[in-house]
Design a protein around this ligand. Structure first.
Ligand SMILES: Cc1cc2nc3c(=O)[nH]c(=O)nc-3n(C[C@H](O)[C@H](O)[C@H](O)COP(=O)(O)O)c2cc1C
Length: 353
């Protein structure tokens, strides 16, 4: 995919990047970021971080705009995202073992709707390589560093009944290196994963994760906040059950939402019938509905990170109006470039009472 090139270069690079296969463009861009971060060339995309400090889930976020998971699955470019002015970045989803993901092609642009469909399927280099990359990152040397979220999942080959084993392995591996960890149970591209959102399965999974967190907290002397990432394809009753289950197990927040399986907003467009998760503008309203339903169920004060279809500063404001405390971007970066980070962060700062 495209993206994340320096604001000044983004306009020049976009036609080239949009001219090649979406996943190839994504790889080229990430390689460029990985190579240039922490070199003088990073000045090309360096943007001052908007200062809008906010405490959420016991963490001091420097501003309210974060990078959504899945863009940097192997945690290779953390310092580049810090340089772009994000208040936080979430990398992963990581699985215990390396896996190739689904056959290619598996990522498609729908430019008429500023959308993407992907069925990558957690392609990643595995937990060990992921943690090694996180440890190499230098962003924490900043005076007011960006925060880092580490997003965990399960291998495709692990039976869904054993999913908890994979989450516990990943949680144990990422724990000492995370400002927060995200339990991803909402990717549509790993068979059965979303079934973990239903009452009994969620109860069992979060119970085991909460117990493991207690053990890890005493081992490492630090209680790492845990967020759970959910799908947009849920009705208000399902959201209410999930909200109650998160609270019961002491989860620290919720990330809403992942990509959607719905296709009504893109019907008839080229690629609309590709299997996978749809992101970008078409998921915006569904995501806002889930955020509003979560806020209604959870009441004030419970952390919600809003994500899905933020293409402009006004979209970021709408997420906060729906009930989000923080926001994240992915597809908006592909279509609008990194200047969206600053625009969104400034708009949210301006809303401060
Ligand atoms: C190509 C692609 C890969 C993604 N991979 C992941 C992932 O590995 N883990 C995850 O939690 N979300 C993943 N997501 C979902 C995004 O983090 C985000 O929740 C979703 O795309 C909606 O936000 P957006 O409209 O700003 O893209 C992925 C999204 C895209 C487009």
């Amino acid at each position: 995919m495209s993206l994340l090139l320096p604001s000044s270069l983004y306009g020049l690079a976009r036609p080239f990047l949009f001219g090649v296969d979406a996943e190839r463009a994504h790889e080229v861009t990430l390689d460029a970021l990985a190579r240039t971060q922490n070199t003088p060339l990073a000045a090309l995309y360096g943007a001052p971080r908007v200062a809008d400090p906010v405490d959420v889930a016991g963490l001091a976020f420097p501003n309210r705009v974060g990078l959504a998971a899945g863009l940097d699955k192997n945690a290779r470019c953390i310092d580049a995202f810090a340089a772009m002015g994000f208040g936080f970045a979430e990398v992963g989803t990581v699985t215990p073992k390396a896996q190739p993901g689904n056959p290619k092609p598996r990522m498609f642009r729908l430019p008429e709707r500023e959308a993407l469909i992907n069925r990558l399927g957690f392609n990643n280099e595995g937990l060990e390589a992921f943690v090694a990359n996180v440890k190499r990152a230098r962003f924490r040397n900043d005076a007011k560093p960006m925060l880092l979220g580490l997003n965990i999942g399960k291998n495709a080959a692990t039976p869904i009944e054993r999913a908890v084993d994979d989450y516990l392995l990943c949680l144990t591996g990422v724990y000492p290196h995370a400002d927060y960890a995200t339990i991803n149970i909402s990717s549509p591209n790993t068979a059965g994963l979303r079934s973990l959102q239903s009452d009994e399965a969620l109860d069992g999974l979060l119970g085991a994760i909460a117990d493991k967190r207690e053990v890890l907290a005493s081992r490492h002397g630090r209680r790492v906040p845990l967020f759970v990432k959910i799908a947009p394809d849920l009705d208000a009753d399902q959201v209410a059950v999930i909200a109650a289950t998160l609270k019961r197990h002491g989860m620290d927040g919720v990330i809403a939402t992942n990509t959607t399986l719905a296709r009504d907003a893109v019907a008839g467009l080229h690629h609309a019938e590709e299997t996978g998760g749809l992101s970008g503008r078409p998921v915006r309203e569904a995501s806002n509905r889930v955020i509003a339903a979560l806020r209604a169920s959870l009441g004030g004060g419970y952390p919600i990170i809003g994500v899905g279809g933020i293409l402009s500063a006004a979209d970021a404001e709408a997420k906060v109006a729906a009930g989000a405390d923080l926001v994240q971007l992915y597809t908006g970066l592909i279509y609008r470039g990194p200047k969206l980070v600053r625009q969104a962060a400034e708009a949210l700062r301006a809303r401060r009472p």
